[in-house]
Design a protein around this ligand. Sequence first.
Ligand SMILES: Nc1ncnc2c1ncn2[C@@H]1O[C@H](COP(=O)(O)OP(=O)(O)O)[C@@H](O)[C@H]1O
Ligand SMILES: [Mg+2]
Length: 238
Amino acid sequence: MNAIVRRQPLITFDDVWKTYGKGEAQVHALAGINLTIGQGEFVAIMGPSGSGKSTAMNIVGCLDTPTSGRYGFLDVDAGRLDRSSRATLRNRYIGFVFQGYNLLPRTTAVENVELPLIYRGVASRERRELAMNALADVGLKGRETHTPAELSGGQQQRVAIARAIVTRPTLLVADEPTGNLDTARSHEIMDLLTRLNAELGLTIVMVTHEQDIADYASRTLRFVDGRVASDTMGLETA
Ligand SMILES: Nc1ncnc2c1ncn2[C@@H]1O[C@H](COP(=O)(O)OP(=O)(O)O)[C@@H](O)[C@H]1O
Ligand SMILES: [Mg+2]
């Protein structure tokens, strides 16, 4: 039986435009995006290079704001918040995973995972416990004191995921999380993200170039020329 799961909206784009440059050099990176993503969804964004995926992800992650239109996150008009309010929103509600892991070198796995907790002012003993638990959650028990150089690419991405989830965010933003990994490692990372989505109810928005990676998501948006050209929402069965 077909059924569309109704969820509380987490993300809403209401005629969002992002324009760079002026006159002849003007580029509409986003050209009127309308979109709702519910709490607990796992969404993949695909599309050719230059189609606006990273621009959209920067707005989703409250790193950037629209030129016009409304970006709503958790009932907040996030596109109109100033830099420091957006930083607060990110710190409380959003975790980030990038293609290049972005771990501090010469710093142990557990110390890397503790970083967002330091920014939150969590006391050191609790910080260590939460970071150890997050590393266990991503399958890195026993590797806590390894530095990035002592870990494989797949393990480094697990550390980055542990760092992203240690604060128990509402949303995980992942820009090509498997872009630097071989096929086997990519599927392990996707199995992990799928489990975090199911077990924690973590909402995930992920950019990928690969269809077999997008297939892990329950919904795929295809961007073309700054617009959503297709959206599988409602096409999946539940
Ligand atoms: N900071 C910027 N300044 C000027 N143009 C930009 C900037 N960021 C992105 N663009 C342009 O906006 C369009 C969309 O870029 P982007 O969102 O990075 O696409 P994608 O991630 O899908 O490859 C491209 O034409 C790109 O050149
Ligand atoms: Mg990009």
